[in-house]
Design a protein around this ligand. Structure first.
Ligand SMILES: Cc1ncc(COP(=O)(O)O)c(C=O)c1O
Length: 368
């Protein structure tokens, strides 16, 4: 008889991690409800899909996948550096910007360090802190915006990272260049400010921060962006960080050598070069934001101003009921309960037709 051994002990910080709860996949709704023609407005993806140039690049590179990818992302690094007007050494790439959030925790946190974030916000910051055995300080949003004054007041000598999602997920709100500048003046030496700009391409506010300028002027700023949203490559997982070379080097020290796959790199280079698709995607979101804000407002709901490719809507009744009713009609959105906002929905902006269907269905659901 083999000796009975107890299962290995899981460290408390690992055991306390909450799994990420993604938007409901289309296939699951098809199976559950026997529906077809489902639209998913739940995960802030690009309703236009990827650029045709990215699809061609994936096909062209499919025969090379027996080889390891370029661990340094050379071609993507050069193309992106040129596009952004930064030095190639100021960039790092991740398996989605999710991975870079994780790597920031690995690179900078020691047990007991403090990290500050808004609340509610993107959940991956807290996971990175928990993994790094840090303490996550959650500063409530004010009117659904990051409150940088309150964040500055919460900073202590133990603060190692401040995360700002800008625009914020799930609220779509943004903070200005001047607000970020004031916060930076109040951060202690050695504290990293991470500006998570996953939705930055959709922003049209003129006072939105110029994060490239912050990165180049300061030794402690990291800006994160992604190919998952505007560039429609969420399924391939490629995001990037911009910072001064010293911070980039620390991140590179903790990453896996081949963290961005071959097809993702090729597709990202191609997507970046397709300015027409990027511009179409941006204008679809700008028009859709208006369409949804007007339409949902006309139904008596409260739509908060958004600079992202989704809207944050108070449906003024338990949002789970509205979510379920929409789901039965083949429309997947996100409820706000995961963010502590039980009467809210987060709705991704779709194509004009998808938005119209959402509005039409919402009307039937709310006023049967
Ligand atoms: C604020 C924010 N940051 C980062 C991400 C991660 O993006 P990705 O890992 O796909 O690059 C998301 C995704 O939804 C997000 O909302």
């Amino acid at each position: 008889m083999p000796r009975q051994v107890p299962p290995p002990e899981i460290p408390p910080n690992i055991a306390s991690l909450r799994p990420y709860s993604p938007g409901k996949p289309i296939a699951e709704v098809e199976r559950e409800f026997g529906l077809t023609d489902i639209i998913k407005l739940a995960s802030n993806e690009n309703a236009l899909g990827p650029s045709p140039a990215a699809i061609d690049a994936i096909k062209a590179h499919a025969g090379d996948v027996h080889m390891y990818p370029d661990g340094g992302c050379h071609d993507l690094r050069q193309a992106l550096a040129l596009h952004l007007g930064v030095n190639p050494a100021e960039l790092t790439f991740g398996n989605g910007s999710d991975e870079i959030i994780h790597l920031l925790g690995l690179a900078f946190l020691r047990p007991g360090d403090q990290v500050i974030q808004g609340d509610p916000t993107f959940s991956r910051y807290e996971s990175a802190v928990t993994l790094g055995e840090g303490e996550c300080i959650k500063v409530p949003l004010r009117e659904w915006r990051y409150d940088l004054e309150a964040i500055a007041a919460a900073v202590s000598p133990r603060t190692r990272i401040v995360f700002i999602a800008n625009p914020n997920n799930p609220t779509g709100s943004y903070v200005t260049h001047a607000e970020v500048e004031r916060l930076l003046e109040r951060l202690p030496d050695g504290c990293v400010l991470c500006l998570d700009e996953a939705y930055y391409e959709y922003v049209d506010a003129p006072d939105y921060p110029d994060s490239v300028r912050f990165v180049q002027a300061r030794a402690n700023v990291v800006a994160l962006r992604t190919f998952s949203k505007l560039y429609g490559l969420a399924g391939l997982r490629v995001g990037y960080g911009m910072s001064r070379p010293e911070i980039i080097r620390a991140i590179e020290q903790v990453r896996e050598p081949f963290n961005v796959n071959h097809l993702a790199q090729a597709a990202a280079v191609a997507a970046l070069s397709d300015r027409q698709h990027a511009s179409l995607s941006r204008s679809m979101v700008a028009q859709g934001r208006q369409q949804l804000s007007d339409g949902l407002g006309a139904l008596g709901l409260i739509v908060w101003p958004s600079q992202a490719n989704f809207v944050w809507v108070d449906v003024l009744r338990p949002a789970k009921q509205v979510f379920d009713a929409l789901l039965r009609q083949g429309i997947i959105v996100r409820t706000g309960d995961a963010f502590g906002a039980d009467t809210f929905l987060r709705i991704t902006i779709g194509t004009k037709d998808q938005n119209a269907r959402l509005l039409d269905t919402m009307q039937k659901v709310l006023y049967p």
